[in-house]
Design a binder for this molecule. Sequence first.
Ligand code: MN
Length: 241
Amino acid sequence: MHKREFLKVAGLAGLAAMADPKGLFAAEGHKTLLDGKAPFTLPPLPYATGALEPHIDKLTMEIHHDKHHGAYVKNLNDALANSPLGSLSLEQILARVTAKEAAIRNNGGGHYNHSLFWTLLSPQKTTPSAKLNKAITTAFGSWDDFQKKFSDAAKGVFGSGWAWLIVGTDGKLAITSTPNQDNPLMKELVKETGTPVLGLDVWEHAYYLKHQNKRPDYIAAFWNVVNWNEVEKRYDAAMKR
Ligand code: MN
């Protein structure tokens, strides 16, 4: 490798490490996507807070990442300090947590969901590959049907929660939603379990400053900034599990 090539690769690896210091979302072939352990840290956004404008505004991103996600991380670490779940990876924690451990459920879900969400957004326009397009249109009939079904799931969350595209335990793509910070990995708590490959936060804190009560406008804006490369990476990894 030429020196210049090496510096380029090393520089990219450095950037990736900065965006993902604990390797939370470093997909390595078949391995688990989440093998970091407590104490957890707030991963920096992989882009500037204003980079998603005009679709998602800078102030929302600042407060959402620094304050909301920051609080989930702090409260999760506090809750895990005296819990037998504290020695597990975040993914293992989500798979085991029950309704009795409310703080770990809410803040563990909050940390996982937001860490994932930031990577699923991109200031650069991306498009689904032919392979991903085929997988999605095969599952939902057409691309428009997929977008409508996902958007309807997001609109249909009563109060706070998330819409998800998951690879279910049967290996098939499905759309689902969860209340609050619940997540499809929470086997003890949610009806439809699977591996999330796309998620949308529909808590009011994700859109209220810009869109106030108009959640559908925020959902429409979201489609402009989806990182389809990341969705495909996660789809591929989920299919190998
Ligand atoms: Mn949020």
